[in-house]
Design a protein around this ligand. Structure first.
Ligand SMILES: NC(=O)c1ccc[n+]([C@@H]2O[C@H](COP(=O)([O-])OP(=O)(O)OC[C@H]3O[C@@H](n4cnc5c(N)ncnc54)[C@H](OP(=O)(O)O)[C@@H]3O)[C@@H](O)[C@H]2O)c1
Length: 318
């Protein structure tokens, strides 16, 4: 059986559970493409799975390869696949409950794969799928963000937030982002109209009448979600990627609230996001590039919860 290098976990645990080892190389099914992974990236989801926080939400089979994001080159196509050929540069988000992209190869349904944005290399492209789709899903699909509306983005400097600020601006919204002192100029440079230092200013003291709150922090961050109700105008929308908001509290404040689960990521949306990137309206922010073998350090950095943008992992063919 052909093998490849992959980072797997054999049980839930700390960073020591991440093991770089030989694993079976996947074979593409009839509707799948086999991708040689050039780069992947770290999302908080990865270490949440590793630690067992999502046990019960998704069912996993061990050993499990983590990693949602992939950018790479098509090396095989199933008999029913149309639209992709060997040698195509592609990107994708893997299924959250299946083997992921911390590996030399991944086989994925062609329906979740898109051509890589032409203006990005594989390292930049690997920073895009999960984070950009999450921002898109929350702002466009769930919150229906419209031109002229005001959006407050908590956690604006992180992996999802950096895409959310740019997407909201490209939709003609007024954007207010929260972050710590070292990220305020960065957020303004990304296009935010206003940046609030959450360590200094209670956002609810200075922000009112917003149409949409995008919650990327939750209540672990000083009750950020609960404190957000009062900044919304009647009829507004709180969309959280972190924890389900209380429908009771939403009704009390005459607003809508939704938990956004990003299971619907597919190749069509990634192609639209790629077009935005190639038109210059959206760019990934890559903070650090590490080789896959440094995966434990990468998780440690991400678990610190103070990243500016994304950590990308390069995957070399051995
Ligand atoms: N439901 C889903 O399908 C889904 C999808 C994607 C993401 N998520 C979740 O959404 C959250 C954000 O994801 P991510 O990838 O953007 O995470 P991330 O990259 O780890 O976010 C880090 C950012 O959070 C900021 N931050 C930390 N505490 C804050 C606070 N109290 N107020 C404002 N900003 C704060 C940090 O800014 P400073 O360094 O300036 O403090 C940093 O820039 C995670 O919990 C993730 O699990 C869920």
């Amino acid at each position: 059986m052909a093998t490849m290098k992959a980072v797997r976990i054999h049980e839930y645990g700390g960073r020591e559970a991440l093991i770089l080892e030989e694993a079976p190389c996947p074979e593409p099914a009839k509707d799948e493409v086999l991708i040689r992974v050039a780069a992947t990236s770290v999302n908080p989801f990865d270490w949440a799975v590793r630690a067992g926080y999502l046990n019960g939400y998704y069912s996993y089979t061990f050993p499990l390869i983590l990693g949602l994001d992939v950018s790479g080159v098509v090396e095989g196509v199933g008999s029913e696949v149309r639209g992709f050929s060997i040698g195509d540069s592609v990107y994708a988000r893997s299924h959250p409950s299946k083997n992921g992209a911390y590996a030399e190869y991944i086989a994925l349904p062609a329906s979740v794969v898109a051509m890589k944005p032409r203006s990005l290399d594989h390292i930049q492209s690997a920073a895009v799928p999960h984070a950009a789709f999450s921002a898109w899903d929350a702002l466009i699909n769930v919150a229906n963000l419209a031109t002229g509306q005001t959006v407050l983005i908590h956690g604006a400097a992180g992996g999802v937030g950096t895409f959310a600020v740019q997407l909201a601006k490209s939709h003609g919204a007024r954007v207010i982002g929260t972050g710590s002192a070292q990220n305020l100029d960065f957020l303004l440079g990304l296009g935010a109209d206003e940046a609030i230092d959450y360590n200094v200013t209670r956002f609810e003291d200075v922000v009112h009448d917003v149409d949409v709150v995008l919650d990327l922090v939750g209540d672990m961050g000083d009750n950020t979600q609960q404190r957000s109700w009062k900044v919304l105008k009647p009829g507004g929308m709180l969309a959280s990627l972190v924890q389900p908001p209380s429908q009771e509290a939403a009704a009390t404040h005459h607003v809508q609230a939704s938990f956004v689960s990003t299971d619907g990521c597919n190749g069509q949306v990634l192609a639209e996001i790629g077009a935005l990137i190639d038109s210059g309206r959206l760019s990934p922010v890559v903070l650090t590039i590490l080789p896959l073998k440094d995966i434990r350090s990468a998780h440690e950095l991400s678990e610190g919860r103070h990243l500016r943008g994304k950590i990308v992992l390069t995957v070399d063919k051995n």
